[in-house]
Design a protein around this ligand. Structure first.
Ligand code: APR
Length: 250
């Protein structure tokens, strides 16, 4: 079975894509598991756990405020645009993009049916009343000022990010998309963090043709039918052109 066979035999072709930090690396955002094991100079447990927020909310808030401000300094790269083009190329309702990334580069690249399974930097959430809202105005981005909840008045909202030990968002929807798809693409993720890393095995078990793109082989590389080693911004645009030429339309 090859990619061309999958496309020839399945009509309409349903596509699911899982992306990770590697797809945003060429836009200038650091990945999580750099050689130093640190994320922007921090140990992940110091900034990305509910315990860290409990013990030292100032430190966690400052870290995420930097990440939130950084969004205005970066732009989508050719890999983000290629996935939007792929979405435009398949039949409506047949494409789901699942991202572990909390940046907004997929939506700015033109992707529409998008699941942010680990939350979004643009959004904050009240732990008292669960109210969540987009908070990207200048008044929301200072390092040392917490944002109070406009609904219940609680003194500080938290970043709407799924931290280690918390359950990712929209698990039912994204698992259904993985179960239903005939083609599953995985881009720029090391395969270390579950449940996201387990989606590849699920797709494979349910019969999808699985193709991976990463700078180096991820932990779960054995599940791919095809693995392409290299930068997402270089590999994805020609792959999408190839799919469009193979006529992914019904
Ligand atoms: N193109 C493709 N892959 C790349 C590129 C690139 N230009 N640059 C880096 N990579 C690869 C790295 O080799 C690495 O394997 O992207 C992968 C990124 O892996 P991680 O840093 O572990 O990121 P990710 O898999 O998204 O992490 C998952 O962990 O910290 C949590 O919640 C956080 O969503 C995150 C989750």
């Amino acid at each position: 079975m090859s990619l061309a066979d999958v496309i020839a035999s399945d009509r309409p072709l349903r596509v699911a894509v899982l992306t990770g930090a590697g797809i945003s690396a060429e836009s200038g955002l650091r990945t999580f598991r750099g050689n130093d094991g640190l994320w922007e100079g921090h140990r992940i447990e110091e900034v990305a756990t509910p315990e860290a927020w409990e013990i030292d909310p100032q430190n966690v808030w400052r870290f995420y405020q930097q990440r939130r401000r950084q969004l205005s300094e970066v732009d989508p790269n050719p890999a983000h645009f290629a996935l939007a083009e792929l979405e435009d190329g398949v039949e409506d309702g047949c494409f789901t993009l699942i991202t572990q990334n909390v940046d907004d580069l997929h939506e700015r690249g033109g992707s529409r049916n998008l699941i942010h399974m680990h939350g979004e930097l643009r959004v904050v959430r009240c732990e008292e009343c669960a109210h969540n809202f987009e908070a990207m105005g200048a008044e929301h981005l200072a390092d040392d000022e917490f944002i109070p909840c406009p609904e219940c008045g609680h003194e500080k909202v938290r970043p709407d990010i799924v931290w280690f030990g918390e359950e990712p968002y929209q698990m039912d929807d994204l698992m259904q998309a993985v179960i239903d798809c005939e083609l599953f693409l995985v881009v720029g993720t090391s395969g270390h963090v579950h449940p996201a890393a387990g989606l590849l095995g699920l797709a494979r078990m349910r019969g999808a043709y699985c193709v991976g793109f990463n700078l180096d082989p991820p932990l779960n590389v054995g599940y791919f039918h095809e693995f392409h080693e290299g930068a997402a911004g270089e590999l994805l645009p020609p792959l999408v052109q190839q799919l469009i030429e193979l006529d992914i339309q019904p």
